[in-house]
Design a protein around this ligand. Sequence first.
Ligand code: NAG
Ligand code: NAG
Ligand code: NAG
Ligand code: NAG
Ligand code: NAG
Ligand code: NAG
Length: 275
Amino acid sequence: MPSRHHLLCILSPSLSLVFFFFFLLSFHGGHSAFPTICESQSQCGNISIKYPFSTVSDAPVYCGYPQLRISCPDVDNPPTISLPGDTYLVTEINYVEETLTLVDIDVADRICPRASHNLTINSLPLGYNSADVNLTFFFNCSTPPLAPNPARAIDCLRSGDNQSYVFVNMSPDEAAAIREAWGCEEAVVAAVKRTEVTAANGGDELAGAMSEGFALDWAAVRECGACEHSGGRCAFNQNEQLLCFCEDGSNHTDGSFCKVARDLISGILRCFSSF
Ligand SMILES: *[C@@H]1O[C@H](CO)[C@@H](O)[C@H](O)[C@H]1NC(C)=O
Ligand SMILES: *[C@@H]1O[C@H](CO)[C@@H](O)[C@H](O)[C@H]1NC(C)=O
Ligand SMILES: *[C@@H]1O[C@H](CO)[C@@H](O)[C@H](O)[C@H]1NC(C)=O
Ligand SMILES: *[C@@H]1O[C@H](CO)[C@@H](O)[C@H](O)[C@H]1NC(C)=O
Ligand SMILES: *[C@@H]1O[C@H](CO)[C@@H](O)[C@H](O)[C@H]1NC(C)=O
Ligand SMILES: *[C@@H]1O[C@H](CO)[C@@H](O)[C@H](O)[C@H]1NC(C)=O
């Protein structure tokens, strides 16, 4: 006499197959659901803009992260993105490595660039890339120490007797102490590519590294990675609560994702392998 388990297994594959058929049907139809509701890929300068980025300001939330809206002035100009504090040129989007390269619009194409804002990305679905280092700038320092000075002076930003300096990878606490001790008007932190820092010679070139931009990651950002790996699209509502939109039209706010298909398939496989 077959065990209870095997009876269930004989029944459940047939049931599962029925569900699986419906799933395939809905998946086939649903596969085009995102692209038809959302704008399709658009071109902005040399950069193709597609999910999770969007150029449409009032697009539905599942068409891209609301904070990753990209402005495309016209086809001849590079796209820009507004992040807390400043606007940045988007010079590259790598959809395979899930990184984007940004250049502060205030420093782009400047001979003697001066960073003017700290970038704060804590509230964004973005992370710093491991290829970045931080530069800490001190502007208009009226009482710097006499030589030897551990920082590199930015000669092109000299103003009367005031000097400006740049340090690589300085902690915020150290920065506050230096600013105070050297009588500097302002301190600003900017990310740059490590390779540019290594190649730079002197403070002016170090500051110039900013015009090559820096990279940010959008992969594995908070719970979005899990939603996206389940085939869904990630968004956040006004309360910063994660919404996972699935191709079947459902949305999940309870931390669950679109894993219906995977559960079904693994269930069928488990059943067959038990014979
Ligand atoms: C497009 O790419 C080419 C080569 O990479 C570059 O020279 C050109 O400036 C880019 N154009 C825009 C609008 O970014
Ligand atoms: C650069 O600064 C940001 C915050 O200001 C910090 O999160 C990041 O880890 C720093 N990067 C490095 C390489 O120290
Ligand atoms: C230093 O201060 C002067 C006078 O306020 C200003 O014109 C100049 O832009 C400042 N320099 C820097 C690098 O901030
Ligand atoms: C930028 O960040 C540095 C280090 O965290 C801080 O000392 C400085 O006051 C900040 N500057 C501005 C303009 O917020
Ligand atoms: C030098 O810097 C101080 C602030 O640190 C500022 O008040 C002053 O205007 C600056 N002088 C010049 C000539 O830039
Ligand atoms: C999410 O799904 C619920 C029903 O389950 C629906 O009422 C709600 O409008 C959906 N939210 C969005 C933003 O589409």
